[in-house]
Design a protein around this ligand. Structure first.
Ligand code: 6R9
Length: 660
């Protein structure tokens, strides 16, 4: 990484917060000072934003690293904090969820409604024999019952494991088996791209190989015919008939809240385990601080799927624990038309929008004129998560969605971190396009070299976390050794074996510090290319391509090359109106290669660029570079079940003829 190119560090644009937002912001620059003065006291105060049934005795127990315990001895109920306390405070009539189905059907669910629905589900699960500590798998579309199912598990102390609705029967089987889930909650199906998309048949196939599963609860969403067996129960015949009264029992701060398997860009999925008190403390605090949530007036919308950690932390637990109103949307952004998101923003008066770079780049590709047809005047804050956001995509987001004036919070975090770790504070930070800027108050992040030494400003290396944080993963479900090996054995005490050394968490991402010490994320270190002895980050070449006016989105991989070791192969999606037929395409490819060479230096000039209509992505929107490497090296494709749309690979393969 030390030789990584320095192009992004040339980014000099910087946008201070709007004065009005800064003046009324929930969190000011004092938070950094408070956290620096006494980090544990800072987190203790944030824990105090929640309602605890029993106060903790100790903030952090780090006596057996890397196994942390936060708020030791404390007890609370997560669902109580997300629902009951708002209702008890007289805010039951506030809308919790403005839900919109893909076909256009809508539901308005208040906090009191959500509380009743959750109590019913908690009672129904209890009737099915689920007790605290049991695991429940959730395989649902983006319908309110997904949030209800999660909250009901939390309410009775069952550990949920949400599996993306897009995963295959085999992936579902693996996840159910790994956690020995007792119950599966699913639906007949959901709506995607204008038509019903079945889920129940996948569950039937999966459960056939899962002896641990005693019951399957099925929400009726599409009304399509489904197969039925003795262990199946309709949600409307059980949950919706159950009592709406349920007293939430408090659970220990370290009680397991959920398992979530990390996104399928790597081989064997890891069951990331999160617990109760620390997780809720940090998701709740970061929602308050980074989104500047004003529950009495804001309408918040996170476009993530609930099957992704972003849906867990920033649809369910963070926003609901703060008592804000939010939008939840079932479907895809281009059904029935490409302005669907903007229509939703205007319809519900969305004030805060949290989405992913992949979506922003897709919107860029569709063209500026689409958001221009909508008012978008209620928006006051924009967020991004999931991948590095290229500076040009950041600028487009600010210009075409944010009226050229809204702050953007680029939030870096992982399934493993549970909550945001690095991000601007919207009322404080003068953000730079493409940079996640600084660790949040109470978070100790750094960039280190191969030897684990902190790099100076201007240097690059590996992103690490130097101190435990409240919402950190506690282990990999059933595999403490893999937990230690994966995250704690690259730097620090986990390698040296010296108990005096600090334990250092290795995030797996490359990063840089610019001359001001601001952080730039460079993608997964596995994706860094080695070209003629130079380390080049895929993110930087991608950003260079996206900075060309004809390119909306790009993915870059290193393909084995007999002369250079690895060679840079790029896949680029042209913007909407660009002509790519015949010679025009050849010319564009030549221009792009030169553009990269000019922006980054000749060493970064791609050997080959292919113009493609789509890129393969996981359901959480991350580009699957492993597959693209296979395409670039002409290997067979392996398992593509996690792809958003596997027909994409055919398209890419047919675009292979595109010139060198
Ligand atoms: C929340 C989430 C984690 C990985 C992470 C990094 C990438 C996420 C990012 C970002 C640059 C950001 N990532 N946010 N990279 N800037 N703002 O995405 O969790 O699905 O576990 O992925 O995503 O590579 O290590 P998860």
């Amino acid at each position: 990484m030390s030789e990584a190119l320095a192009n992004l560090l040339n980014e000099t644009r910087q946008f201070p917060p709007p004065a009005e937002l800064a003046a009324a912001a929930n969190v000011t620059a004092d938070a950094y000072i408070e956290a620096q003065t006494d980090r544990l006291a800072f987190w203790e105060r944030q824990a105090g934003r929640l309602t605890w049934a029993k106060q903790w005795d100790q903030v952090l127990d780090w006596s057996t690293p890397p196994f942390a315990k936060w708020f030791v001895g404390g007890q609370l109920n997560v669902a109580y904090n997300c629902l009951d306390r708002h209702v008890e405070a007289g805010r039951g009539d506030r809308v919790a969820i403005h839900w919109e189905g893909e076909p256009g059907d809508t539901r308005t669910i208040t906090y009191a409604d959500l509380h009743r629905m959750t109590c019913q589900a908690a009672n129904a699960l209890t009737d099915l024999g689920v007790v605290a500590g049991d695991r429940v798998a959730i395989y649902l579309p983006m319908i309110p019952e997904a949030a209800v199912a999660m909250l009901a598990c939390a309410r009775i102390g069952a550990t949920h494991s949400v599996v993306f609705g897009g995963f295959s029967a085999e992936s579902l089987t693996n996840r159910i088996q790994d956690a020995s889930a007792k119950v599966v909650i699913t639906a007949d199906g959901g709506y995607r791209r204008g038509k019903p998309s079945a889920l129940k048949p996948t569950v039937d196939d999966a459960v056939a190989n899962c002896p641990s599963v005693e019951h399957v609860l099925v929400v009726r969403r599409t009304g399509e015919q489904v197969g039925w067996s003795e262990r199946d129960h309709w949600w409307h015949e059980t949950v919706e008939q159950a009592s709406t009264e349920h007293a939430a029992q408090p659970f220990d701060a370290e009680h397991p809240l959920f398992i979530l398997y990390t996104s399928g860009t790597t081989a064997r999925p890891k069951g990331i385990l999160h617990t109760t008190g620390g997780y809720l403390t940090q998701t709740s605090y970061t929602s308050h601080a980074v989104f500047d949530l004003k529950p009495e007036s804001d309408v918040y919308w996170c476009t993530a799927d609930i099957g992704w950690v972003t849906g867990h932390s920033y649809i369910v637990y963070g926003p609901l624990s703060n008592g804000v109103s939010q939008v939840m949307y079932e479907g895809t952004p281009d059904t029935p038309h490409k302005g669907r998101f903007w229509e939703i923003v205007d319809r519900y008066g969305v004030t805060i929008l949290y989405t992913a770079p992949t979506l922003i780049r897709t919107m860029m590709k569709w063209g500026d004129e689409i958001p221009a047809e909508y008012s978008l005047s209620t928006l006051r804050l924009l967020g991004s998560v999931g991948e590095p956001i290229n500076p040009e995509a950041w600028m487009w987001y600010r210009q075409h969605v944010g009226r050229g004036e809204l702050p953007i919070v680029d939030t870096w975090w992982q399934t493993e971190t549970g909550a945001m770790m690095i991000s601007p504070l919207p009322g404080v930070t003068a953000a730079k396009p493409g940079s996640a800027m600084t660790p949040l108050p109470g978070v100790n992040a750094d960039v280190v070299d191969d030897q684990g030494q902190s790099v100076p400003n201007g240097g690059g290396g590996y992103l690490v976390l130097r101190e435990p944080w409240p919402s950190m993963l506690r282990t990999i479900w059933g595999d403490d050794n893999r937990f230690i090996e994966t995250y704690w054995s690259r730097f620090g005490a986990g390698v040296s074996g010296n108990a005096d050394d600090p334990w250092i968490y290795f995030a797996g991402d490359g990063a840089k510090k610019d001359d001001d010490g601001h952080l730039w994320l460079l993608g997964r270190v596995d994706d860094v290319m080695l070209v003629s002895g130079h380390n080049i980050s895929t993110t930087e070449v991608e950003s260079a391509l996206v900075s060309h006016p004809s390119v909306a989105e790009a993915a870059v991989v290193g393909a084995t090359d007999p002369t250079t070791g690895q060679a840079i192969v790029a896949f680029a999606i042209p913007r909407g109106s660009i002509d790519t037929a015949g010679e025009a395409g050849e010319q564009l490819i030549a221009d792009l290669r030169n553009h990269v060479a000019k922006t980054l230096g000749p060493i970064a000039k791609p050997r080959q660029i292919m113009l493609v209509p789509e890129l393969p992505k996981t359901r959480s929107g991350k580009i699957m570079r492993r597959l693209l490497r296979d395409v670039a090296e002409n290997r067979s494709l392996g398992d593509v079940t996690t792809l958003q749309d596997s027909s994409v690979m055919d398209l890419i393969a047919s675009g292979m003829s595109g010139g060198k």
